[in-house]
Design a protein around this ligand. Structure first.
Ligand SMILES: [Zn+2]
Length: 131
């Protein structure tokens, strides 16, 4: 039981702080964390790495006909962000009055993603905001 709880809190910490991992053998960074480097395999020497959350828009798509969970949010934009440390991350891109275009610099923010059902369970996740 205690192990489960600790694992849960560790995941929350990982998500809230955008802690990825880095291979000490080749320097490649990952998010979410990996225990084995894709390039190095058994030679992996993985360690935690705090990511800056900064990067640029690699690709994006405007969603006008969303899945049911996001119908109240449409239209909205999702995309792939290439973080400065290398990992590619998918997520919502917040349109804070700035034009969204490939190559635009973004920063990571922690925001509400959606609310589930009548009990109002709130899901949070990373989103990306043009800077
Ligand atoms: Zn490696």
């Amino acid at each position: 039981m205690e192990k489960t709880s600790a694992a849960l809190w560790r995941r929350i910490d990982e998500r809230y702080n955008m802690i990825g991992s880095e291979c000490g053998n080749c320097g490649r960074a990952y998010f979410p964390q990996r225990i084995i480097c894709r390039k190095c395999g058994r030679k992996s020497v993985m360690k935690e790495k705090m990511l800056s959350g900064n990067g640029e828009i690699y690709s994006y798509s405007r969603i006008r006909v969303p899945p049911d969970d996001f119908k109240d949010a449409a239209p909205y934009t999702v995309g792939v962000i290439k973080l400065d440390e290398g990992p590619m991350v998918e997520g919502h891109i917040i349109e804070n009055g700035k034009e969204i275009e490939i190559g635009r610099r973004v920063r990571t923010v922690f925001r509400k993603l959606r609310v589930d059902g009548d009990e109002g369970l709130i899901h949070y996740h990373f989103k990306f905001e043009p800077v």
